[in-house]
Design a protein around this ligand. Structure first.
Ligand code: GLU
Length: 461
């Protein structure tokens, strides 16, 4: 706590030039700048109380990745045509443990996106209370429409370069958008072949049966809904009987739907890049899983198979509110960054939404977050609410290190405990800093303090 009295405005006075410097040094990295700004805006009171963090230039150091790797990934398709993609790994911060964070394969991936994800990951991972640093990586490779053999060749080429930077004590990737069990399998196989080591803890999200953890697949979505339930509990209510809107139909969305349904909610929507589905009877999850997981299909296929109960609405291309125009009490954006803007937020507020909780990374624009906060809508930021995935990755590493494997029930219990811990530390930190129920401030400050304290203790590195 305070080592010497500091004038009340020290925090905001130092933050503006800090942000200006980040802006100058990272031109055009829109998403990274957005993520940095959102965190810095919360830190004024901490820097006011703790001038030693300002003297040690902790914020400047936290905003600069420890290492950034960019590499060529050549591969050939099934017709023998050669393609060249770009691979990334940003090793952001290792003060709490080895770099940890997923790989994203999507055509939108560039350095700014990977840096934004890596920056968020640093604080998210700290909040879990597990010994993991933060990193992120990926490629602009688009797995959509590619055969298994093409995806395998791409993964092998990607790992041929990346393997030299990885290790269970160094850097431990996992999945993200476009990287699931299939890709992790190919990546692990190539790592093992090159290094001649069965180093289970070098990747997480592995198959159950060869080092993967039970409940890792479910963990991000489950954790998001557990966090939602904690937020509602703090306000004296719960999910039972609630109308819930979910966006996305990937791994996070599917298991957010599953847990919300288990807790008695009615989930009305899901979506993909083509459009969204409204299912007033409640999403038929076994059917959606069949379409998405088994057949790698689209939500339009779900709507077709579901028949009269579901309506499919293609996206209009004009940035309309999409699934958020369906009246609901709880909204769970589980698709991708900046998918929920001010216009959609206004519709949700008008329709009486009570809680918005981020399953994806930074899906809500800053303007939309402000609108929710002004309307007293409970808002759960992704770096707290979606931390269940990476927390369960840390549990996978723990099992790998001890050559053990836990049951589903035990792993899910640990996940629930971790989500409760994250909720309480965000909630209590927000209260301590005079912003009760502001989970954005709570998550940013609680995560920052954990990382900053470790960096201070480890000297100028
Ligand atoms: N990609 C996930 C996230 O955004 C999980 C990362 C991991 O398990 O390492 O947190």
């Amino acid at each position: 706590m305070p080592t010497s009295p500091a004038p009340a405005d020290t925090g905001s006075r130092v933050i503006q030039p800090l942000y200006a410097e980040v802006l100058r040094r990272n031109p055009g990295e829109t998403e990274f700048l957005q993520a940095v700004r959102e965190v810095l805006e919360s830190l004024g009171p901490v820097l006011t109380q703790r001038p030693e963090l300002v003297d040690a230039r902790i914020v400047e150091r936290i905003c600069e990745p420890e290492r950034q790797l960019i590499f060529r990934v050549p591969w050939s398709d099934d017709r023998g045509r050669v393609h060249v993609n770009r691979g990334f790994r940003v090793e952001f911060n290792s003060s709490l443990g080895p770099y940890k964070g997923g790989l994203r394969f999507h055509p939108s991936v560039n350095l700014g996106i990977v840096k934004f994800l890596g920056f968020e990951q640093v604080f998210k991972n700290a909040l879990t209370g597990m010994p993991i640093g933060g990193g992120k990586g990926g490629s602009d490779f688009d797995p959509k429409g590619r055969s298994d053999a093409e995806v395998m060749r791409f993964c092998q080429s990607f790992m041929t370069e990346l393997h030299r930077h990885l290790g269970e004590y160094t850097d431990v990737p996992a999945g993200d958008i476009g990287v699931g069990g299939r890709e992790i399998g190919y990546l692990f196989g190539q790592y093992k072949r090159i290094t001649n080591r069965y180093e289970s803890g070098v990747l997480t999200g592995k198959g159950v049966g060869w080092g993967g953890a039970q409940a890792r697949t479910e963990a991000t979505g489950y954790g998001c809904v557990m966090f939602t339930a904690e937020m509602l509990r703090a306000r004296g209510t719960d999910l039972d009987g609630r109308r819930v809107a979910v966006s996305g139909s990937g791994n996070v969305a599917l298991y957010a739907i599953e847990k919300a349904q288990q807790l008695g909610a009615k989930v009305l929507t899901c979506s993909d890049s083509g459009g969204y589905v409204v299912d007033e009877k409640g999403i038929d999850l076994p059917l959606l899983k069949e379409v998405k997981e088994t057949s790698r299909g689209r939500v339009a296929d779900y709507a077709r198979l579901r028949g009269r109960d579901a309506t499919y609405v293609p996206h209009d291309g004009n940035g309309g509110p999409g699934p958020w125009q369906v009246p609901c009490e709880v909204a769970l954006p589980c698709a991708t960054q900046n998918e929920l803007d001010e216009g959609a937020a206004a519709v949700l507020v008008r329709n009486g939404v009570q809680a918005v909780v981020e399953g994806a990374n930074m899906p809500t624009t800053p303007e939309a977050v402000r609108l929710f906060q002004d309307a007293d809508v409970a808002f759960g930021p992704g770096k707290a609410a979606n931390a269940g995935g990476v927390a369960t990755s840390a549990l996978e590493m723990q099992q790998n290190a001890s050559r053990d494997s836990w049951t589903f029930a035990h792993t899910e219990d640990r996940l629930a405990e971790i989500m409760r811990h994250i909720h309480d530390s965000c909630h209590d930190t927000a209260e301590r800093y005079g912003a009760p129920f502001n989970y954005v401030i709570g998550a940013n400050i609680a995560g920052f303090e954990l990382v900053a304290n470790a960096m201070l203790a480890q000297g100028l590195i």
